[in-house]
Design a protein around this ligand. Structure first.
Ligand SMILES: [Zn+2]
Length: 210
């Protein structure tokens, strides 16, 4: 069984959302300077790298990331490869191969290639999910949706797609790197940190081939 680590590496070089701070690692104790141990303090947005959006991100009385159900974050998932898409539309999904009763969908788009290019520039024209496509997935009973850039929604128009998904209790996973993953069925393990009262969290996301 093959394992795919679909998580971005968090480092000060990682591209972040334009309004988020750059990642900072501060070594506050160093063995090389006489300390007992090496210790690092971390400073970054909850929406850094591969991360989960909790409903509270766009819904003020929504659940926070510490209360997300592990039943949603772990289980069978379908990776849909849409190499031509500039925007994931309702029509595309109606004509797609997403199997019936799929609960988790991860979209592999040309976004994944951006991570392999090691570009340090934020890309505004990333592939995202239209509001109509989000409504369609909610109606189909999908409970977790993943995308391979830093937002599920189009840049400059983030509210509609996020609100449709998060109000319906769909877990959104952003910042995946799916460049090594073929279309098909997998088992997903996605573990955000248990941050009390927070709107999202970086996560380790792994797929197992089935
Ligand atoms: Zn986010």
């Amino acid at each position: 069984m093959r394992t795919y680590d679909i998580t971005l590496t968090i480092s000060p070089d990682l591209v972040v959302w334009p309004s988020d701070p750059q990642v900072e690692f501060t070594r506050t104790a160093k063995i090389s300077e006489g300390a007992n141990a090496n210790v690092t303090h971390l400073k970054f947005s909850a929406h850094t790298g591969t991360h989960v959006d909790a409903p509270y991100h766009f819904v003020d009385d929504g659940e926070t990331v510490d209360n997300l159900s592990l039943d949603l974050l772990v289980g069978r998932a379908y990776v849909l490869h849409l190499p031509e898409a500039d925007l994931i539309t309702l029509e595309m999904l109606k004509n797609s191969s997403i199997p019936p009763r799929t609960k988790r969908v991860l979209f592999r788009t040309k976004n994944s290639e951006i991570w392999n290019s090691n570009s340090t520039i934020f890309q505004k024209d990333f592939v995202s999910l239209s509001a109509e496509a989000a409504e369609y997935l909610v109606a189909r009973g999908v409970k977790l949706i993943g995308i391979d850039y830093l937002s599920i929604a189009p840049f400059g128009d983030s509210a509609p797609t996020h609100k449709i998904l998060l109000k319906a209790g769909v877990v959104v996973v952003e910042g995946l790197n799916l460049s090594e993953v073929s279309q098909g069925r997998y088992t997903l393990y996605c573990f955000p940190l248990k941050l009390k009262g927070v709107d999202g969290s970086p996560a380790r996301a792994v797929l197992f081939g089935v």
